[in-house]
Design a binder for this molecule. Structure first.
Ligand SMILES: Nc1nc2c(ncn2[C@@H]2O[C@H](COP(=O)(O)OP(=O)(O)OP(=O)(O)O)[C@@H](O)[C@H]2O)c(=O)[nH]1
Ligand SMILES: O=C(O)[C@H](O)COP(=O)(O)O
Length: 235
């Protein structure tokens, strides 16, 4: 097996537009690079990811020895799809597609995603609101079409089912926390991950089957020890 991680990054000068009200252009570029650096740290320390690639139109994102794949202007989903095919041609049998704005991601989070994904065939890591998708594990050749964008998590669930896959949903603070809005910056400054406190109740997924839904405790997240970080796999 050859597991590649793939991170899509648009031109840093165009990144994090939703933070334009609180960060200047230079600060946003530095933030993009700093968060990417943390994600790369986590991926390079993962025990299950073998290689790391970035698909981007940028030329000077990192000096680390990782593969840079060209962004041919196909948009986020087109670029990731194309890069995934390129990696499969180079021998990748598994892909971890992960956003670059997950500054709390740790190697254990990524390993958990891969382990769960290997068991189920596909693993999805939603954002905190369970609306977006922050990371996906998949096997190459599965026919899965990326649908990143607005409310991508339920769409990815439906896409998994369309491919005949029953996905595992991996919820870990390191994968769920992304920096999109000004309020997120306060958490980014916090050095430790947070816990998610939630209970499981059934609901129907887009295809009409039952999926557990996570309802978070409305209390602020306390800092916890890593062994209590929650994940679950749909049975
Ligand atoms: N290679 C590539 N990456 C992209 C593209 N569009 C978005 N991304 C990356 O995909 C991730 C999610 O993108 P967005 O939420 O659209 O953009 P963002 O920069 O995170 O934030 P906003 O500008 O506030 O929307 C980020 O890591 C982006 O850099 C694209 O066309 N090509
Ligand atoms: O599918 C998604 O959730 C979005 O592409 C993620 O991007 P964002 O977290 O930067 O909004």
């Amino acid at each position: 097996m050859s597991c590649w991680a793939l991170i899509p990054i648009k031109l840093p000068a165009l990144g994090k537009g939703r933070l334009a009200g609180v960060l200047g252009p230079g600060e946003r570029q530095r933030l993009v690079r700093a968060m990417l650096d943390r994600v790369l740290d986590a991926l390079l320390d993962s025990t299950l990811v073998n290689r790391v690639a970035i698909v981007t139109p940028a030329t000077n994102l990192t000096s680390r020895p990782i593969e840079i794949l060209p962004d041919r202007g196909l948009g986020l989903n087109g670029s990731v799809q194309q890069a995934g095919l390129t990696l499969a041609e180079r021998g990748a049998t598994e892909l971890v597609v992960m956003h670059g704005d997950l500054p709390l991601a740790r190697p254990e989070d990524i390993d958990e995603l891969v382990l769960r994904g290997r068991q189920a065939g596909l693993a999805l890591a939603p954002d905190q609101a369970r609306v977006g998708t922050n990371a996906i594990y998949l096997k190459t050749g599965s026919g899965f079409r990326f649908q990143f964008g607005t409310e991508s998590f339920p769409i990815h669930l439906a896409e998994a089912l369309r491919c005949g896959l029953t996905p595992t949903i991996v919820e870990r603070p390191g994968l769920a926390f992304d920096v999109d809005l000004p309020a997120d910056l306060a958490h980014f400054a916090h050095p430790l991950p947070h816990s998610l406190t939630h209970t499981l109740t059934p609901r129907r997924d887009p295809a009409g089957r039952h999926f557990p839904t996570l309802h978070r405790n409305p209390m602020p997240w306390p800092t916890v020890h890593s062994e209590s970080l929650p994940t679950y796999a749909r049975d």
